[in-house]
Design a protein around this ligand. Structure first.
Ligand code: AMP
Length: 574
């Protein structure tokens, strides 16, 4: 019998739940069991490859049983939220399935997050555990950080370390040491006992929203739908147990899970998980004969580089995502023999995907129709519930079997983030291109106020309120400045008594506030007063136009100056 559903989770309409279960869009089998079923079918096939080695399904299944039993023995209980700060690699995946098998809830925070983000999310979800990677190659000590944040919390947090070269991780447990002495059959029995009590409406994973207002929101993804979302993606691309899929972005992101880890594993395929640096990604793609990958906007320029053809030798499927795809990028992928398409997606749920046999001009210029027949997408006049006619630009809204009906513990925000009939307002502007009975979408901009820095979203309102805490700043507005590599970077317009206030001073300020580095402005413009519209509202359009005029068209590429803001571990190989 399933346990109760958390009151802070907005439930899908009961009729929809029944329909989704009857149609097979949802599954009554919890996520970790879905993984176990696949592991039983393909025990000897490689499940994960990282820069250090690989694991088979059988090994991953066994190790994660032991981790789950160890976690339960350490005091973690089913339903407990566990913050994740792990890099791409086998240790992170072991932690992911281990936590899921224990019935606990991975929270998809990032290693780049600092106290500002971690403390907020920990409070919001009531984090009980915190998993971090450790490595002597790390440029930031996540273990010390997790220990410090736990000490600042009123309630105790279990700290777990996935991958340590250090003997001393005092105050934390080495994840794989926890269950090392447990008999495998006993560990499996402990996992079974937990899984039996998980129902399809219970939260499997908490994803984070890029957000439209204020602070990041939490997106509860459910056992009933989340694995099947990955399976639907795998089926749309024709993935099988022979697929070798690379995912270079953070694997815990929704795209990393739904298009990468779960999608590859739903069909018994292999996921190759490099860190996001260009050279190791391209090297691993060639070495492991990767045949299928998703490349985000921060990676488009790799495709134009001289070493891409060698990496792409085995690529048969490439999906591009995150921003408008330059024509030369699309053509280059195609010229090397891969099927190429585009996707649009978000942690809140709905994906679109251009069918890979769809007409070339639609694969090159649109993000395709919704991924599955159960997805509903509409384009509305912004601020209304009135649909625009096909071909006109409006706000994209969506609903369906895997699109959330509400954010976690956010009733006020939910009141405006959804239409009266439950469609999620994406904040993105789109246009419908009807073709052959299908409704392809193109993304034409956005109304939500965020900056998309190579796939990481920076919430403008949140950053502005942090900048205003600087004693020398009286007004601040941040906007996206176009960037040939990242797509967008953060530019801050400030009204300040200190004319010398620049990027370094803002970085010191934001660092002191514990703000993740990818949010730090990379350009500061001083201004006497922020521009206002006739009705006195901040005129961000004017600022966006201003920064486009001021921008050097090829700044970072031309200077080769791409600050690494990830604190990723330094690669051991090569
Ligand atoms: P996330 O939840 O972090 O995956 O971010 C989702 C957001 O990324 C969307 O609401 C869009 O603003 C943006 N996005 C995703 N895919 C695309 C795309 N193909 N083109 C333009 N924007 C995109």
């Amino acid at each position: 019998m399933a346990g109760p559903v958390d009151q802070r989770v907005v439930r899908y309409d009961p009729e929809r739940v029944a329909r989704n279960l009857a149609s097979g869009e949802w599954s009554a089998v919890p996520l970790a069991r879905r993984f176990q079923d696949v592991a039983r079918r393909f025990p000897d096939r490689p499940a994960v490859v990282d820069r250090v080695g690989s694991v088979t399904y059988e090994e991953l299944d066994r190790r994660t049983d032991l981790v789950a039993a160890g976690l339960l023995g350490s005091g973690l209980a089913p339903g407990d939220p566990v913050l994740f700060q792990v890099w791409n690699g086998i240790p992170g995946v072991v932690a992911w399935y281990g936590v899921l098998k224990a019935g606990a809830i991975p929270v998809a925070t990032l290693p780049a997050h600092r106290s500002h983000e971690i403390d907020h999310i920990a409070r919001l979800v009531g984090a009980v555990g915190h998993v971090v990677d450790d490595s002597r190659h790390a440029r930031f000590d996540l273990v010390a950080f997790a220990r410090e944040r736990a000490a600042a919390r009123p309630t105790p947090t279990h700290l777990y370390v996935t991958d340590s070269d250090r003997a001393d991780v005092a105050g934390a447990s080495l994840l794989e040491a926890l269950g090392a002495d447990i008999d495998p059959a006993e560990a499996r029995a402990a996992v079974d006992a937990v899984q039996e009590r998980i129902g399809p409406e219970q939260v499997a994973v908490h994803q984070l929203s890029g957000g439209t207002t204020g602070v990041p929101k939490v997106i509860p993804r459910l056992h009933g739908e989340y694995w099947n979302n990955g399976l639907a993606w795998a089926r749309a691309l024709g993935r099988t147990e022979h697929s070798v899929v690379a995912h270079a972005g953070p694997f815990v992101h929704n795209a990393g899970i739904s298009c990468g880890l779960h999608s590859a594993h739903a069909v018994g395929g292999c996921i190759v998980l490099p860190q996001a640096d260009r050279d190791p990604v391209l090297r691993m793609m060639a070495e492991h004969r990767v045949d299928d990958t998703l490349l985000g906007q921060g990676m488009f320029h790799w495709i134009l580089g001289e070493d891409y053809p060698a990496a792409a030798e085995h690529l048969r499927t490439v999906v591009l995502s995150g921003a408008k795809v330059p024509a030369e990028v699309f053509a280059r992928v195609e010229s090397l023999g891969a099927r190429v398409g585009q996707t649009f997606g978000m942690g809140e749920g709905m994906f679109t995907l251009t069918p890979l046999d769809g007409p070339r001009h639609l694969r090159a210029t649109t993000v395709g129709p919704p991924l599955t027949p159960g997805d509903e997408a509409r384009v509305l006049e912004p601020g209304t519930e009135v649909e625009v006619t096909d071909g006109e630009v409006g706000e994209l809204v969506c609903r369906g079997w895997y699109t959330i009906p509400g954010y976690f513990a956010a009733p006020d925000h939910n009141a405006t983030a959804f239409t009266s009939d439950g469609f999620y307002r994406t904040g993105d502007l789109a246009r419908v291109h009807a073709h052959d009975g299908q409704r392809y979408l193109s993304i034409e901009g956005r109304i939500k106020d965020l900056i998309n820095r190579g796939g990481e979203k920076v919430n403008a309102e949140e950053l502005e309120s942090l900048l205003l805490r600087h004693p020398a700043i009286s007004e601040a507005a941040v906007v996206a400045m176009p960037d040939p590599v990242m797509g967008e970077r953060v530019c801050a317009y400030v009204v300040s008594v200190d004319p010398a206030l620049g990027v370094p001073e803002l970085q010191v300020h934001l660092d002191a506030l514990g703000v993740a580095k990818y949010k730090w402005p990379e350009r500061v413009e001083h201004i006497d007063a922020l521009p206002r519209t006739l009705v006195g509202k901040l005129d961000k359009k004017a600022l966006r136009a201003d920064i486009v005029l001021r921008s050097d068209p090829h700044p970072a590429l031309a200077r080769g100056a791409l600050p690494d803001r990830s604190d990723r571990p330094i690669e051991r190989d090569g």
